[in-house]
Write a protein that binds this ligand. Sequence first.
Ligand code: ADP
Length: 422
Amino acid sequence: MNLYLGIDFGTSGARGVVIDEEASYIQAEVRYPFQDSPAALTPEIWQEALFVLVEQIPNQLRREIKAIAINGTSSTVLLVDAAGNPTDAPLLYNDARGSLVLEHLRSIVPPNHTVLSATSSLTKLLWMRQQPSFSEATYFLHQADWLAFLLHGQLGISDYHNALKLGYDVEKLKYPEWLENLQISIQLPKVLTPGTPIAELRSEIADKFGLRRDCLVCAGTTDSIAAFLASGAKLPGEAVTSLGSTLVLKLLSRTRVEDARYGIYSHRLGDLWLTGGASNTGGAVLKQFFTNAELESLSREIDGSKASDLDYYPLLKVGDRFPINDPNLPPRLSPRPDNPVEFLHGLLESIARIEARGYELLQQMGADKLSRVYTAGGGAANETWTAIRVRHLQVSVVASVYTEAAYGTALLAMAGGRRGEE
Ligand code: ADP
């Protein structure tokens, strides 16, 4: 039997999922929760997490693993020397120190480009270039690239999901000329299609952990794409809404859509494009007013087939980008009825309205017509909310088949493992 291992490095911990050829059954699921905040984590702790995860997989399963892929958090990056040793602390996904070089970048990069944000990988690289330790570095890598290197031993390899925010042109499959013109004296990674087999495991790693010597390590992806892959959405028009602390929409499309003003960009997914946007509205606002138990019990008292007239724009603080691009947009949470059931109905209805408006915007920009919405995140299990969302979206709304990013990454490993056999 061939098995496939997907490993997810998230913000609160690392997880591994082992699947079989059918992918319908999870053979093993292993976890390594981080004790420290992400900012306190070092590459040594990532490395320890990776190997502890592998050790937790039962021996008899380890021997059957044909391919492995890893996803990291998007735009978590580091510099390493010629032997692959980190030369400085990594910069994490949300590290905005690079805002100091944004002005300089704006003068070089095409207007409204995805890399023009304080936290993009390219902004981080330009900031790193100004640090004294830069001269010791040979390669610039993403978290997933470095972790995969620990397994296969080859430096300077990435995938086009991680490399999007480095400025890699995912349509032409090359680094653009303006990026070459920056003349950064460092080896940028060679970029592969996610899931491409890179190499077999280093033999010492295979022997140490009882893995197969012919086990393939495949190019990885980012955490949010991995979660999309896990959802079950496959066809153009299918989408995944994440109803977590914030509201994140992803719609699979034959057309690429981009608009930096709304924070809309497209990841490449084979021949298709994964378009999407993120709003600051979402569960974090619900959490301000209700406990999870209250959300469940009060939701049961709402008739989801009836529309609430309350028209809110639930935000924790001023400003949203998608589907309304207005940094001064005030939270709108009044009038607030005395009855908490009515208040919650208004909140759920309003977030559903914003979700529908988001999908409308993506379609107006050229994305395929919405046909079905999978749902992940804390709000996915709320049936009343689903009924309200169906009214607004006018398509079927289902829970994601799987929500674990590690499962999505295991699917990538499976695709790569099969390709390796051809
Ligand atoms: P995160 O984005 O932080 O990972 P989760 O996906 O874990 O978030 O979702 C947490 C959010 O889900 C919380 O903000 C909470 O308010 C919301 N939530 C939890 N239970 C429900 C529910 N039954 N109905 C609606 N929202 C819920």
